[in-house]
Design a protein around this ligand. Structure first.
Ligand code: SAH
Ligand code: SF4
Ligand code: F3S
Length: 572
């Protein structure tokens, strides 16, 4: 496919890097407003994000670009002049949620004719451009995930505000380690063909991310824990999955850029970084070979082989971020996580790096999808349960006490009761801390749509409920094992007084089990203390009480009460 050259009026890089977002238009004193007409012309925006961490991270970048352009954030969706919807398409229900809001959006547009609606994310796929208008009639502009860096220019906002330099692709800001390109229109909107289908070619995303980071145009939701994308797209061929069609082939960000972003995050006070990718384990295979990575030689253990020789991998990246130091010699990034790992190429090098880098948290999300080899084969997962269990055994041996979570699809094409029972048995053997399960939902254009979706909806639902009930009991038992232990908790949330009464993830969960009959939340709070929450290194949600100033700190908490989905404790 050829690349479209978009009419971009201004994408020159700024003379100096913009240090954080410019002040919002709304902050302008009304009495001087007439002297700043450009502010008045800029919309107040709202970003509505659905889907996974990758979408959350992408939304942070879009919000950052809009703020850096001078747009202000609206206090709520209904008050916005620009609504950006970052969609998820993993299951039909995720898309239906946005389709169901079209009427309400049309009504808002009726009341505010200046309102513009942009739809981006995984629902925007090249092969379905025509269908988009029909399904999302209230939307003015559709951007594929790889076109998101163009948001500001495509809305004409860059030209409204003068040079902002946050254009996509070739515009390299000073200090950004990207290959400088010629000063022409950005090279985005190119597509490539995967399995006969046009999908986005996200080659430019690494460069546009570098520009956004260098110019401070990433508006992070949290001041404590940050997302850090390391690889875009997905090269896997899971037959049920829409992601390779919405996000295109894998593209790794250059090694030094990722480490640089981690260093900046540490300097800005972030305590935890989560490296993001649809499959972080394949990070680096598409980067150029370099002498400094000559020791990286390990090939994939199962499935299609890729040449990894002399290229950086996730293990190298983890070690490099773990090695970052503060001026006083302390570890710059105290907590490091990554998501998601595909079991097919989870290497010994990675397991060793996890075990040897103290910043890596003792938690791993390792999606299994099914406990039956025949179902896995139909899913195109490229591993057997024996391989999965071997890898998990290796990890548990290297990192004792590591918390493992997974994803499961129930009711995939042809799944028999016996095959489903194998999944339940696997859950009982492995005893995951947490399982994210969903009923199979056929996605248009994916290979699995050629298989009959023959498990009736009622059976899918019944299997899902059985699985969730089993996992609730396992998760609860797992949490009970933690009673009396001390967890290291990164406090990130000030809770409303009664938040802890509802174990948000469960529908009427059983009452908590307490240590020696003590529930730390049954006693009144000392003066000046508030309810707080955070995550343990094992990624368990922990509720506690303490001064509000604890937010952003890592504290030791003794676990005194547990439910199936969270723990409660007191400062140790
Ligand atoms: N890249 C990640 C997963 C991304 S999607 C990985 O491979 O682990 C998150 C989860 O959504 C998947 O693990 C899978 O369990 C689920 N999922 C994906 N496609 C689905 C579909 N068509 N129907 C139901 N669940 C699906
Ligand atoms: Fe989808 Fe499989 Fe890629 Fe995960 S690894 S995003 S499930 S194709
Ligand atoms: Fe959804 Fe796209 Fe993430 S389909 S799960 S938002 S990669």
């Amino acid at each position: 496919m050829t690349s479209r050259h978009l009419p971009v009026l201004d994408f020159a890089p700024p003379a100096v890097a913009i240090d954080g977002p410019r002040p919002a238009a709304a902050a302008t004193d009304a009495r001087v407003a007439e002297f700043r007409p450009e502010d008045q012309a800029l919309p107040r925006f709202w970003v509505w994000t659905l889907g996974c961490q990758m979408n959350k991270s992408d939304s942070e970048e879009m919000a950052g670009r809009l703020l850096a352009t001078g747009c202000a954030e609206a206090p709520r969706l209904e008050a916005a002049d620009l609504i950006v919807i970052n969609t998820c398409a993993i299951r039909e229900a995720a898309e239906a949620k946005v389709i169901g809001r079209q009427g309400a959006l049309a009504a808002l547009k009726g009341a505010n004719p200046a309102l513009r609606v942009v739809l981006t994310g995984c629902a925007v796929r090249e092969r379905d451009r025509a269908g988009l208008r029909r399904r999302f009639p209230a939307v003015d502009l559709f951007l594929r995930p790889d076109e998101e860096p163009e948001l500001v220019e495509r809305l004409g906002l860059a030209s409204a505000q003068g040079p902002v330099g946050l254009g996509s692709g070739n515009g390299a800001a000073p200090g950004a380690r990207v290959t400088p390109g010629p000063a022409v229109a950005p090279r985005t909107a190119a597509t490539t063909i995967v399995k006969g289908v046009a999908v986005s070619a996200a080659d430019h995303l690494a460069g546009s991310r570098a520009v956004a980071v260098a110019s401070g145009a990433v508006r992070r939701e949290s001041a404590v824990a940050a997302w850090l994308p390391i690889i875009y797209g997905c090269d896997k061929t899971c037959t049920y999955c829409i992601v390779p069609f919405s996000r295109g082939p894998e593209r790794s960000r250059p090694f030094d850029e990722v480490v640089d972003e981690a260093r900046k995050l540490a300097a800005a006070g972030y305590r935890e970084i989560t490296l993001l990718g649809q499959n972080v384990n394949s990070y680096g295979h598409d980067l150029p070979a370099e002498a400094r990575f000559d020791h990286v030689a390990e090939a994939r253990r199962a499935g299609r082989r890729i040449d990894r020789a002399s290229r950086p991998d996730l293990a190298e990246l983890i070690r490099a971020i773990d090695a970052l130091r503060e001026p006083d010699g302390g570890r710059a990034v105290p907590r490091l996580r990554f998501i998601t790992s595909h079991p097919w190429d989870l290497s010994d090098r990675l397991v060793d790096a996890m075990a040897e880098a103290p910043s890596v948290c003792a938690a791993l999300h390792l999606p299994v999808q099914s406990g039956d080899d025949e179902v896995l084969r139909r899913m195109g997962r490229q591993y057997s349960i024996a391989h999965y269990e071997e890898r998990l055994g290796r990890i548990r041996e290297a990192i004792p006490g590591i918390a493992v979570s997974t994803d499961v699809i129930v009711g995939f094409c042809g799944e028999t009761e016996a095959q489903f029972a194998s999944t339940l048995r696997l859950l009982e053997t492995i005893r995951y801390e947490q399982v994210f399960a969903a009923a199979y939902s056929p996605r248009p254009g994916t290979p699995a749509t050629r298989l009959p979706d023959d498990v009736p909806a009622a059976v899918k639902k019944e299997r899902l409920n059985r699985l969730l009930a089993l996992q609730e009991a396992i998760g609860f038992a797992r949490n009970r094992e933690r009673l009396g232990s001390v967890a290291s908790v990164l406090v990130d949330t000030l809770e409303r007084p009664r938040d802890h009464d509802h174990d948000a993830e469960g529908d009427g969960p059983p009452p908590p089990t307490t240590l020696a009959g003590r529930d730390p939340f049954a006693v009144p709070l000392p003066d000046g203390w508030v309810r707080l929450a955070g995550r343990s290194r094992e990624n368990r949600l922990v509720h506690l009480a303490g001064p509000a100033t604890f937010v952003g700190n890592i504290v030791d908490v003794r676990i005194e009460a547990v439910g199936p989905y969270s723990l409660r404790g007191v400062l140790a």
